[in-house]
Design a binder for this molecule. Sequence first.
Ligand code: G6P
Length: 611
Amino acid sequence: MCGIVAYIGQRQAYPVILKGLKRLEYRGYDSAGVALLNHGLKLYKKKGKVAELEESVVGKDLQGQIGIGHTRWATHGEPSDRNAHPHLSANGKFAMIHNGIIENYAQLKQELLNKGYKFHSDTDTEVLLNFIEDIQVNNQVGLEEAVRIALKRVVGAYVIVLLDKDHPDTLIAARKGSPLVIGIGKGEHFLASDASPIIEYTKEVVYVNDYEIAIIKADELILKNLGNEKQTPFIQKLDLELAAIEKGGFDHFMLKEIFEQPLTTYDCLRGRLDATFGTITMGGVQNHIEQLKNANRIIIVACGTSWHAGLVAEYVIEELCRIPVEVEYASEFRYRNPVIHKGDVIIAISQSGETADTLVAIEKAKEQGAVIFGIVNVVGSSIARISNAGAYTHAGPEIGVASTKAFTAQLVVLALVALKIAIEKGTITRDRYQHLLNELNDVPEKVKLVLGQADHVRETALKYKDAKDFLYLGRGYNFPVALEGALKLKEISYIHAEGYPAAEMKHGPIALVDETLPVVFVATKDSYHQKIVSNIQEIKARKGKVIALITEGDETLTGLADDVLIVPEADEIIAPIISVVPLQLISYYIGVAKGLDVDKPRNLAKSVTVE
Ligand code: G6P
C-alpha cells in the first residue's frame, strides 16, 4: 500500500510526479503530497485523493527539477493533512516519503522524545525520518551514511525516498519488503512503486533489491548494500505498453478489466495450450515436474480474491491429480507454526506479487525446505522473484482495486497446472484430459458470450441495489465462486454480503432469510445440481428472493427463481472461470448505481504491502 513517485532530471518534477501518483492511486488514496526542491524545500499535502491535492496547489510555486510524491493508505495515524506524506525532519533539512511499516517505531520514538524531539504527525514515517536526522547531526555524516546506519536498527518493511535541502542534485532511496522500481532515462531518473508512472518516459528499469540503498543523481545511479558495498544495477526492459494502463473508452478500469477477460484468458492460454495436439507447454511446471507430481501435499497460500482462486484449485487439483491440497490465508499461515516437510509444494497466488503476508509466508516455507511455485500477475514482482518456479498469469496491469481479470487468469493457469501434473502423473484418462483441454480452449469465447448479456445483468442487478444484505450460495466448484461474488459486492457497493456453501446455509444464514434478502445461487449444471435445486426450494419456502446463475438450456429452475442469469454450458471444473463474470458485473453495476467510486473503494488498496 501507499504509492511513491520521485523524479530527478531536466524536466519539471511536479507534472511527472502528479501523473505518476494518479497511476499509483490504486495503492491507497487517503491523502497525497509532494515535496519539490528549488531554492529551498516546498511541501504540499492534502487529505483525500490526488485530485484534491492537485486542486489545492493551483497558483502555488511548483518549480523544481527534483521532487518526491506520495499517495497514502493509512496505517499509523488517521487520514489527514498532517499525517500525509512527505514528512519534514525536525530541522527542516530533509523530506521523506515512505511505503511500509516501521514495527519498532514506538521504541525509536521514545528515544527521540527523550532527546527533545517533537512530532507533528502520528506516523511511523516521521519517527524514522527524525531518527535519520538525529544520526546525521550527531555523527556529522552525509545523508546516505545516516540512512545506512538508521536502517540497521529498523524492524519492518519500507521503501523510503529522501530529499536533502542542501544537496539538490541527489535523491536517496532504500528498500526492504516494499517494491521500488527505478526508470533510467537520458540524464534523468524516475522512481516509483511500480512501472506504470515510468513507462511513458523509459523502458529501462532497475528493480531495487531488499537492503539496497540507491544514490540517484540526474545522470548517475549508484546502488549499495547496507555494508556500503557497491552493487551492479541489473537493467531490465519493460514489456508494458501505455495503452494497457489507460481506460480505453470505458467509464472505469473495473469495467474495462471485466470486458478484457476474453482477451486475458486467451493470453493466458496462448503458447501454452495446444488443444489440437493435446499438449500443455509450461516451462515452470515442466522443469519441476518431478517435485510437483510427487508432492506429498500442496499448500496454497494467498489473500483476498487470490485465496478464492486457491479454493477452486483445491477442488481441481485433488480431483485431477489426487494430491491432498490445503488452502491457507497467508496472514494466518505465516504466524502459525505450520508443519512443512521436504516434498511439500507451496503454491503462492498473487496478482500484485507484493502482498506482504503472502511474501513472508512463502519465505518461511522456503526456509523449511518447501518448493515454492508462484502464480503471479506482475512480472518481476517480489513473489515472482523468490519463487523456485512459477507461471505468470499474463492478465496485464490490473488497476481497478477489486480484482477481476487477474482472478479468471489465475483460474486458467491453475487449471493448466493441474492438468499438466495430472497427465504426467497418470491420474487422468487421455479422453478426460483432451476434453478439458478443449473446454479450456473455449473459455475466451464463452466469457465473451457472457459479456454479451451485460445489459440483462445490469437490469437484474439494479432491482436489488437497495438491499441491505446479500447471500451468495454455491456447492462444489461453485462454492468459491459464491465467495468471490460476495466479496466483490462488499468491496464495490458496500452492501454486506456473505458467501456460503449452499448446504451449510441451513446451519445459520437461513435465519436471515425473508422477503427482503436477495440470494444469489451459483447453480450451473454440475454433479451437485439436484442438491442445489433443493437448497433453492428451501430459500423460496422462506420467501427469499432468488437470483439464479444457471446453465443455458436448463429448465429446472423455470418458475422457481425470481431472476435468472444464463451462462454457456461448461465442464464443472472449468465453469468457475465463466460463472464469476456475471457476479463481477452485478457488483460493478450496483456500485455505479449507488454513485460509488468503483475503481477506488473506500479503505481498500490494491496492493497490501503491510501485514
Ligand atoms: C487486496 C486487493 C484484492 C486482492 C488482495 C490480494 O485486498 O484489494 O483485490 O485480492 O489484496 O492481493 P494479491 O495481489 O496478492 O492477489
